[in-house]
Design a protein around this ligand. Structure first.
Ligand code: HGY
Ligand code: MN
Ligand code: MN
Length: 433
């Protein structure tokens, strides 16, 4: 076990995690001026991998890039080829996003290994710190591409998927020095892995409202992604009589309100969102002929989510019929609600209690995470860190260094506690951090 580490050293390490996330929150680690946008396989992704490789190497990790572009740092254990403990999150971001969503879990994982490395401590299993390149789906229409490649659940991914600029996924992989043929090589065997731990900002208001630094995640809400295409008739804004119009945007607008009504009709954890809409031809003096919009439906319970999706689909088709427009509604993704592993979560909760002095707050995550994909091949647990105002997917996303320090101490504690056969039941109260 690690020796006595002073409060100052822990605080300095927590501070460094925050500073590193801040460093990566701007150019060249962002592909947008004046904010953060780090899409999968873009120049910022490449620059970020280079910087993370530098920090991983300093922390004693040997680094590689897998076939999907996931960065993997490995810290060998004392028992060769024992199943590895994986710690990680995603390094991509939404457009004009925050500096800590995803990246905090990767940089904090590196710092946890740096603590062990500084003590020349080797556990009886390897530790891998991973940075998934696409969790948000902010470039291509589907999300979790790289953790699904890692979990071997990518299936016959449509490599002809295009980003907004019309660049195909397989061409983007090639431009990054990867090949679509190498995607399957990223798949890991469940036998290789011991567990997956992800530290992530809460992206919600609960921990702040209850004045808590940390929380543990019992389950992650399931999510659907749809793409809706509404087609009417484009026409001259000055001469097309209102009574003759098949206005695709007016129909889509009514559909968005119907989606909101369905979302509000369910339990609090049911949410329905239209995040992006394209209006074509998009001229001020042309009645819109076609509208494409995204639809995101989530709930902690898959029955509730399924019923809500059915209600939304029925409502949208009814609006299309009444307005004599066509509606093409394609479900692009279905990520089931995912429980976290109970014994790992108990170990995480015990570590939170030890580092914070208070019983851990258990939460359901409304946000999706790579952990829901990794759960297909290994037990997963998530640790939430308070974020200011619960704000996320926004440049005002913020964390307190003190909370990050507590998260680091908790993670290091859990990592060490997993070497006991019954890690869930034994709290290692007699141990230094
Ligand atoms: O959409 C989500 O929940 C995650 O931020 N990708
Ligand atoms: Mn996100
Ligand atoms: Mn995230």
């Amino acid at each position: 076990m690690i020796g006595q580490i002073t409060e100052d050293v822990w605080s300095a390490r927590g501070r460094r995690v925050v500073d590193r996330c801040d460093t990566l929150g701007m150019g060249p680690y962002s592909d947008m001026e004046g904010g953060l946008f780090r899409p999968y396989l873009g120049p910022a992704h490449h620059a970020t991998i280079e910087r993370l490789t530098e920090w991983m190497t300093q922390a004693g990790l040997s680094v590689r890039l897998d076939g999907a572009g996931t960065l993997i740092g490995r810290y060998e254990g004392s028992v060769p080829n024992a199943p590895a403990l994986v710690i990680g999150s995603h390094i991509d971001s939404v457009r004009d996003g925050g500096r800590y969503d995803g990246m905090l879990g990767v940089v904090l994982g590196i710092e946890a290994v740096a603590v062990l490395h500084a003590e020349s401590l080797r556990l009886p299993y390897a530790i891998e710190v991973v940075g998934f390149g696409d969790e948000e789906g902010s470039r291509f229409p589907v999300s979790m591409l790289t953790s699904r490649a890692f979990a071997g659940t990518l299936g016959g991914q449509d490599l002809t998927l295009c980003d907004a600029a019309g660049v195909r996924l397989d061409d983007a992989l090639a431009a990054f020095g990867l090949s679509s043929r190498s995607l399957p090589d990223a798949a890991r065997s469940p036998a290789d892995l011991r567990a997956y731990l992800e530290v992530h900002i809460e992206q919600g208001p609960v921990l702040e409202a209850e004045r808590r630094s940390l929380g543990v995640v019992d389950a992650i809400a399931g999510q659907y992604r749809f793409q809706a295409t509404v087609r009417g008739t484009a026409g001259h804004a000055g001469t097309m009589a209102m009574s003759l119009r098949r206005d695709a945007l007016a129909a889509a607008a009514e559909m968005v309100l119907a989606i909101e009504t369905c979302g509000r009709a369910g339990p609090d954890d049911l949410v329905a969102t239209v995040g992006r809409m394209e209006v074509r031809p998009g001229a001020s003096n042309v009645v819109p002929g076609e509208v494409v919009f995204t639809l995101d439906i989530r709930a902690g319970n898959d029955v509730v989510r399924g019923r809500a999706a059915d209600a939304v689909c029925a409502a949208l088709h009814q609006i299309a019929r009444r307005r004599d427009v066509s509606l093409d509604l394609v479900r692009q993704q279905d990520l089931p609600a995912t429980p976290c592993d109970p014994s790992l979560t108990a170990a995480m909760a015990a570590a939170v209690a030890r580092t914070t002095g208070a019983a851990a707050r258990h939460l359901v995550s409304g946000a999706g995470h790579d952990a829901m994909v990794l759960a297909a091949i290994t037990p997963v647990s998530m640790l939430f860190v308070r974020c200011a105002g619960g704000i996320s997917h926004h440049p005002d996303e913020a964390v307190e260094a003190g909370d990050v320090t507590l998260a680091l101490r908790t993670l290091v504690h859990v990592v060490q506690s997993l070497d006991t056969p019954d890690c869930a039941t034994r709290t290692r109260s007699d141990h230094d951090d």
